[in-house]
Design a protein. Structure first.
Length: 185
């Protein structure tokens, strides 16, 4: 029982430490590109030593990847919760809300210093799901689905990127409605 108590305490410390590292990283990524962030400055900002950082991550890129994986997991879970009978607009609205709820993490994906390839990765992850929904709605000929998805998804991605970079002043619902109106055929 005491051992279990120690493990829980260690788990809590690990959670708190990783949260401090992540929050410090997300502050730095707003200021400069990923490649310019050093472990030394991150540790100074998080008030930890380098050994603590390296106990959890191999390098800055490993930390960034963990944050990205967490966000992707949220998006994928969000999209897969919908059935083919659910309106596509509801899915878009839910994704926009997910982005708003993960505002800080979105800096690494959509912010000015973000890796542009990562957002495109998300677009490709949900490609099949959207095309399946569109086929069931018969919004256009099957042979055009892929091109239309590419056009709509990258346009929606540009809107989301601008929304994040401009401080998310509009509500997730307003952004979702705008995207939905533009992508529904």
């Amino acid at each position: 029982m005491i051992i279990a108590g120690v493990e829980m305490k260690n788990d809590h410390r690990v959670t708190v430490t990783k949260k401090m590292i992540t929050e410090s990283f997300l502050e730095l990524i707003k200021e400069k590109p990923l490649a310019a962030i050093t472990v030394k400055e991150l540790c100074e900002k998080a008030h930890i030593n380098r050994a603590t950082f390296y106990a959890h991550y191999e390098n800055i890129y490993d930390l960034a990847d963990e944050i990205k994986r967490g966000f992707i997991g949220n998006i994928v879970n969000t999209v897969t919760e919908f059935s083919n009978n659910d309106p596509l607009g509801d899915m878009i609205k839910t994704v926009c809300r997910c982005i708003a709820q993960n505002r800080d993490s979105c800096e690494i994906i959509f912010g000015r210093n973000a890796d542009p390839g990562f957002a495109e990765h998300i677009v490709e992850l949900v490609r099949g799901r959207y095309i399946t929904l569109w086929k069931e709605c018969r919004v256009c000929a099957d042979e055009d689905m892929d091109m239309i998805y590419t056009f709509a998804a990258y346009g929606g991605l540009a809107v989301l990127r601008a929304w994040v970079q401009n401080g998310m002043k509009e509500s997730p619902e307003k952004i979702a409605k705008f995207i939905e109106e533009k992508v529904m055929l």
